[in-house]
Design a protein around this ligand. Structure first.
Ligand SMILES: Cc1ncc(C[n+]2csc(CCOP(=O)(O)OP(=O)(O)O)c2C)c(N)n1
Ligand SMILES: [Mg+2]
Length: 551
């Protein structure tokens, strides 16, 4: 429908704004609440519209796209039912500091507050989940709100923004003018910060660099490696930030993950200088604030974070620096290195301990596929730029321990611990990088959250490989259950479908693998398939972690 000359309808203004801010793809499930947006997209071939089959998946896809590109992932959903489904992606984007904008169709302005059909007060609903949430109350102000949404999502500590769009605002005509494209603004360290940090290093004998956070650029990651190398600093990755430094680097010393092994606990506890670069030093990274006890840690603490609100929030920093991690890393790499010979052993031992840890678990499973062998095979055989996605479950323990991440932005894993993240994230990754290999490793429970997204992958020609680690249970919860209520299995069993038949029904190549030896040839066949492939790996339910058996 054409608008009065000199005006555009709200939906058109909004889509023009998306284009202007560089959007080339969005993820959605349609709703009658935002028909004007869909109609504007009809004439906007520059924006690919990926229709997921569940808003939780759509939001996870958008979150993953944001993680991979550093630009806001874009998601559109409808009122109450759509927005409640999509909320998981907002939560993950918040925890993961990922730029994301969720647009929600809303009821018309003049019925607001009556509990109209599917009405929800989104400003309240998303208040604790999003970095910013707003409702656009007139078409005239769409450009202003959209610019602010991009700005907020990408600046400082990136995060999710939710914009609620009353249906009649999208249909309203307006002569509103477009804005300039957004520009993410990030703080950089000051000269005196760098000098003070160098002083701290000069006084240290057991320094430790803990890296984390988002908004890292390739240049920032390269600078991080140079800084660590020239100062011989051991580097630990925060929870699910393992791709910030090549895991084969001599300075890389491990991952601060769930079930932290004693050698890593010890490493953190005995450091006399901790440089947290980009990391919040969150719950999982600090083993629920135990290896680093707030508010004052035993070591000297240099805390570099893009958000001033994170400084002295939990840990008292001896040297607080508000800076984007990449900007800080680039400046640190330019700073003359300090004399590091006194901690050469400390760093060498840290690396050797890590190498021993990832070499081999003490116990291999009594039956089924050995996941340690599988993940090590992937680590050595797949291209270095392979994208690895996962959700939550004990199967991720093998992934995080035995995979070697080699390039920035190759790890798609939710620090929020959301099950169901990995597969939609992998679909988004395969669409963003069609020439690279994307592998999703999912638990049986994890995969069953959004198996229908096989249809989305097929619909848009996303080619990826899914490994379903089938142990017939919600293993993580069973593990916790066995610890607290031994032998009383309750609510943690899982009856699987025929995964091979399921995947084939969506047009994917699929096979079941029952033995460790069967994996490598099955992988070859799967990778040779001209479409997405699913391998169901039957694993020993008794082998609950690489080192532990339920029995
Ligand atoms: C959306 C969501 N629901 C529930 C949980 C709690 N939870 C964490 S791991 C897990 C079990 C995962 O099962 P599966 O994917 O089969 O992996 P396994 O632990 O068996 O390897 C559950 C239920 C969660 N983290 N996220
Ligand atoms: Mg399972």
């Amino acid at each position: 429908m054409s608008a009065t000359p000199g005006t555009r309808v709200g939906g058109r203004i909004l889509v023009d704004a998306l284009r202007l801010h560089g959007v080339d793809r969005l993820f959605c499930v349609p709703g009658e609440s935002y028909l004007d947006v869909l109609d504007a997209l009809y004439d906007t071939p520059q924006i690919a519209v990926i229709v997921a089959k569940h808003e939780g998946a759509a939001a996870n896809m958008a979150e993953a796209d944001g993680k991979l590109t550093g630009r806001p992932g874009i998601c559109f959903v409808t009122r109450g039912p759509g927005a409640t489904h999509a909320s998981i992606g907002v939560h993950t984007a918040y925890h993961d500091s990922t730029p994301l904008i969720l647009f929600v169709g809303q009821v018309e302005r003049d019925v607001r507050g009556r509990e109209a059909f599917q009405e929800v007060e989104f400003r309240q609903m998303f208040a604790p989940l999003a970095k910013w949430v707003a409702e656009i109350e007139s078409a005239d102000r769409i450009p202003e709100y959209v610019l602010r949404a991009f700005q907020v999502a990408t600046s400082g500590r990136p995060g999710p923004v939710v914009l609620s769009l009353p249906e009649d605002v999208l249909a309203e005509e307006s002569a509103a003018c477009d804005t300039n494209p957004y520009e993410a603004v990030q703080a950089a360290p000051q000269d005196r910060d760098l000098a003070a940090l160098r002083d701290e290093l000069q006084k240290a004998s057991k320094p430790l660099l803990i890296v984390g956070g988002s908004s890292w650029s390739e240049a920032g990651c390269a600078a991080l490696a140079r800084f660590a190398e020239s100062n011989a600093l051991p580097v630990l990755a925060s929870f699910r930030r393992q791709d910030l430094i090549d895991n084969r680097h001599a300075c890389y010393a491990g991952h601060l993950s769930l079930g932290l092994p004693p050698f890593l606990q010890q490493r953190v506890k005995t450091a006399d200088l901790i440089i947290a670069l980009g990391s919040r030093l969150g719950d999982v990274t600090t083993m629920t604030y135990s290896v680093l006890k707030p508010p004052r840690v035993a070591a000297r603490l240099v805390h570099i974070h893009p958000d001033a609100n994170e400084i002295n929030r939990v840990y008292q920093a001896d040297l607080p620096i508000v800076a984007a991690p990449s900007a800080a890393a680039v400046r640190l790499a330019e700073t003359p290195p300090v004399e590091s010979s006194r901690w050469r052993d400390w760093t060498g031992t840290a690396r050797r301990e890590y190498e021993k840890f990832v070499a081999a678990p003490e116990k291999s499973p009594r039956q089924g596929v050995d996941m340690a062998v599988v993940i090590r095979h992937l680590a050595t055989q797949l291209p270095v730029d392979t994208l690895i996605a996962n959700g939550a479950g004990n199967f991720t323990v093998w992934v995080h321990r035995f995979f070697t991440y080699k390039m920035p932005h190759t790890e798609l894993a939710p620090t929020s611990g959301a099950m169901g993240y990995g597969f939609p994230a992998a679909v988004a990754a395969a669409l963003r990088f069609p020439d690279r290999l994307t592998v999703c490793v999912a638990g049986d429970g994890d995969f069953l959250m959004y198996p229908q997204e096989l249809a989305t992958a097929a619909q848009y020609g996303a080619r990826l490989l899914v490994l379903i680690v089938n142990n017939g249970m919600y293993g993580t919860i069973r593990m916790h259950q066995e610890r607290r209520f031994p032998g009383r299995v309750s609510g943690t069993e899982l009856a699987s479908p025929d995964f091979v038949g399921l995947a084939q029904s969506f047009g994917a190549y699929a096979e079941r693998v029952d033995t460790t030896e069967g994996f490598a040839p099955a992988l070859e066949r799967a990778l040779a398939a001209p479409r997405s492939a699913v391998l169901e790996l039957r694993v020993d339910p008794n082998q609950i972690t690489p080192d532990r058996r339920i029995s």
